[in-house]
Unconditional design. Sequence first.
Length: 211
Amino acid sequence: MIVARIRALEEQEFATQLHTEDSTRMKSDRYSWHYRPSHHIATGLITEGDIALLSQPGKRLLSVGAHPGYLERLLCKLGIPADNILISDNAADFLEEEHSLEKISFDMLGIWPEIGSFDRIIFPESLCIALRDHIKKMHPKAEGLLPRDAVEAELLSEVLRQALERLHTNGEIRSNGPQSHPNVVSSARAKLDAAGYLHTLEYQRYFLSVR
C-alpha cells in the first residue's frame, strides 16, 4: 500500500524531523508547521497512478507552496525523476534549501511566471492557507461573510485560471486542506465559466480538484 510505503520512507529519510505526538505532521516551531508526505498521499493529493504517470520521460509535476519539499523529495525516491518536478513557494529561505529539485519563487496569488505546462499541479495544504492569510492581512475590516467571500472567490478563481493555463490536456489540479466555503467555490467556478475556461471542478470540504 502506497501510504505505508511513504510512511516507511519518511521514517527513514526524516527520522529526526517527525512530530512525536502527531502522526500527520513534521516538527514545527510556534510560527509554522508542515504535514508529513504520508498525509498528502492519504488525502489523494498524489496517487499511485500519478506516480506511474510522472515517472515517464517528459511528464511534469508543479507543486505550489511546496516549502520545504518533503513530499516532493520522497516522490523522487518512488521513481519520479527530479527533472520532472518543479516546486514553488514564496518563503524567504525557500531558494536556499539544499536538494536536487528545481525551485522557483513566486506568490501564487500574484502573477505566475512563464514556467511551461504540467500534467499535475498540486497545492499541498497551501492554497487554503494562502487565501486565509491574504484575507486576514489585506481585508481585516471586511464585515460579515459576503465582502470576504467576494474577495476570496476572486482570488481563488484567479489562482485556478492561471493553473488551468499551465495544465496539459488531460492534466489535473488538486488542492488538499480546508477548502473555501461552498459559496466561494461556486462563485469561483462561475467566474471561470464566464471567462470561457472549460473545466470540471469537483469539491469537498477538504479537497478540490479541477480538470
